[in-house]
Ligand binder design. Structure first.
Ligand SMILES: Cc1cc2nc3c(=O)[nH]c(=O)nc-3n(C[C@H](O)[C@H](O)[C@H](O)COP(=O)(O)O)c2cc1C
Length: 164
């Protein structure tokens, strides 16, 4: 069995989650930035991570999802400034599901990720970003130890699913 843990991460939050998930994979695996992946074929499972941008999947990540072969088993994970389990990050997951219509999505994990004050200040002014930017101030210490433990536990669940 072979897994790919691929992530897009501007400021390192999603990369931390990728590494926690990777800790749960007890067979052959590649851990890579999505921009470094040259071949999406040949994996039993792909864990695909992205930061939520504008309630959605960043364009660079969406472009890579389009390259994944039809029928591939995939698991999404994301980090976001807004509250966990809220409606805002859910929209981004739904967007990812739409992009993955030809893939077999096994699950999704999300947790909060800190946003720099400059970004919050800048984005809070635009109506499109106001809702999440207000919540994002509380994400400063994330992903924290609990988030990373949850990510690893999620990874273990997904591994059990593909071994079943
Ligand atoms: C341009 C931009 C747009 C963002 N839009 C959202 C958003 O819509 N909802 C949200 O919860 N967080 C949003 N965030 C916050 C990021 O999702 C969050 O900080 C994430 O953990 C960053 O991950 P990274 O360090 O892996 O890049 C945005 C951040 C940036 C820079």
């Amino acid at each position: 069995m072979k897994a790919l843990i691929a992530y897009y991460s501007d400021t390192g939050n999603t990369e931390k989650v990728a590494r926690a998930i990777s800790d749960a994979v007890d067979f052959d695996k590649d851990v890579s930035k999505i921009s470094d992946v040259t071949d999406w074929k040949g994996y039993d499972i792909i864990f695909f991570g992205f930061p939520v941008h504008a309630h959605s999947v960043p364009q660079k990540a969406a472009q890579q999802i389009a390259k994944i072969p039809e029928g591939q088993k995939i698991v999404f994970f994301s980090t976001h400034g807004s509250l966990r389990d809220g409606i805002l990050p859910k929209q981004a997951f739904e967007h990812a599901l739409g992009l993955a219509a030809k893939l077999k999505v096994l699950g999704h994990f999300g947790c909060r990720g800190k946003v720099t004050e400059q970004i919050i200040d800048a984005l809070q002014k635009s109506p499109q970003h106001k809702a999440w930017a207000e919540e994002a101030a509380g994400a400063l210490r994330h992903p924290d130890e609990n988030d990373l433990a949850d990510a690893k536990a999620f990874g273990t669940q997904m591994v059990a699913k593909i071994k079943a």
